[in-house]
Design a protein around this ligand. Structure first.
Ligand code: CUA
Length: 333
């Protein structure tokens, strides 16, 4: 490669970094949107600046030594320093002091983010499944999947477990990773501080579709959250007789769908996500696809082709029946 072009080498990396940071809902710990994430971000920032100081001092000394003591024709080699007591004390003490400045805030942040929310906090149970998230609001009697709705400014106490293998619940803008372990409860408490949609995903390798186990947290204004709660608590819509949606409900009720999915008043399956209000979600398949007719059609026809290893089998529902089922599911707001 010609020498002058060497400076171009990092460009693909820079491009990759820029692209990776894009997307509508960036998954970044550097844009904290809760008290928990804010404290972690502050700790990160302070450690970052300590690292900058260390880098500048060490590299500065290195450059100074390289230039000052470089080989010069006809000059004798510089005299090595050996056993300089003051120097040795200095380079032992300085890192120790810096480590104290890093360790103390780190311990403080670990304790601050390990606590429980107040007793009045909104309680949410998160259950990891291969490969989707189940959310239960025990006090509100709501069961939903993949999209976690929360009110802004209110503390949330989340308890996390798993139905099968170990997963890890992670919404970077709101909090740190918490393993979802079968037969065990882990907890995280935080208070979202900004309305918005925050993406996250499973952060523990859990099988073929680990990368397809995404999630969204919708932080809503209190009035919007209350409206969402009312919609979730209402019985699912029963479509009027003779409508396309009614045909879809009949097809659903006679198909294998009912073995895995719950729609209140229609079916009681518990293997897959609760679909009582699936039409109100913005995505399907654990945040993989927008919740629209083409994606629902492809998903129902052949889910494993879209999410490798998915338990949802290919459904023999086609043509007008498929259109009716989609219309029915979309009507369940
Ligand atoms: Cu669930 Cu990775």
């Amino acid at each position: 490669m010609p020498r002058l072009r060497l400076w171009l080498c990092p460009l693909p990396l820079v491009a990759l970094a820029v692209v990776a940071c894009g997307g509508p809902f960036p998954q970044s710990t550097l844009r904290p949107r809760s008290d928990f994430a804010g404290q972690v971000d502050q700790l990160f920032t302070s450690i970052f600046w300590w690292a900058v100081v260390v880098f500048v001092v060490v590299e500065g000394l290195l450059c100074y030594a390289v230039v000052r003591y470089r080989h010069r024709e006809g000059r004798p080699a510089p005299k090595p320093v050996h056993g300089h007591t003051a120097l040795e004390i200095a380079w032992t003490l300085a890192p120790a002091v810096i480590l104290v400045f890093i360790a103390v805030p780190t311990m403080r942040t670990i304790f601050a983010t390990a606590g429980e929310a107040p007793a009045t906090a909104l309680k949410v149970e998160v259950i990891g499944h291969q490969w989707w998230w189940e959310y239960r609001y025990p006090d509100l009697h709501i069961v939903t999947a993949n999209e976690l709705s929360l009110p802004v400014g209110q503390p949330v106490q989340v308890s996390i477990t798993s139905a099968d293998v170990i997963h890890s619940f992670w919404a970077p803008a709101l909090g740190g990773k918490r393993d979802a372990i079968p037969g065990h409860l882990t907890r995280i408490a935080f208070r979202p501080d900004s309305v918005g949609v925050y993406s996250g995903q499973c952060a523990e390798f859990c099988g073929a579709s680990h990368a397809n186990m995404r999630l969204r947290v919708l932080v809503l204004r209190d009035s919007a959250f209350q409206a969402w709660v009312r919609r979730q608590q209402a019985a699912p819509l029963v479509p009027p007789r003779g409508s396309l949606e009614a045909r879809g409900r009949d097809v659903f009720a006679k198909s294998a769908c009912i073995g895995c999915h719950t729609i209140d008043g229609v079916s009681k399956g518990i293997i897959g996500p609760n679909l009582s209000h699936v039409g109100g979600r913005t995505t399907i398949a654990a945040g993989l696809f927008p919740n629209d007719s083409p994606h629902l059609a492809r998903w129902i026809a052949n889910a494993p082709s879209l999410k490798p290893g998915a338990l949802m089998m290919q459904m023999p529902v086609t043509g007008a029946d498929l259109a009716a089922v989609i219309a029915y599911l979309q009507s369940l707001k």
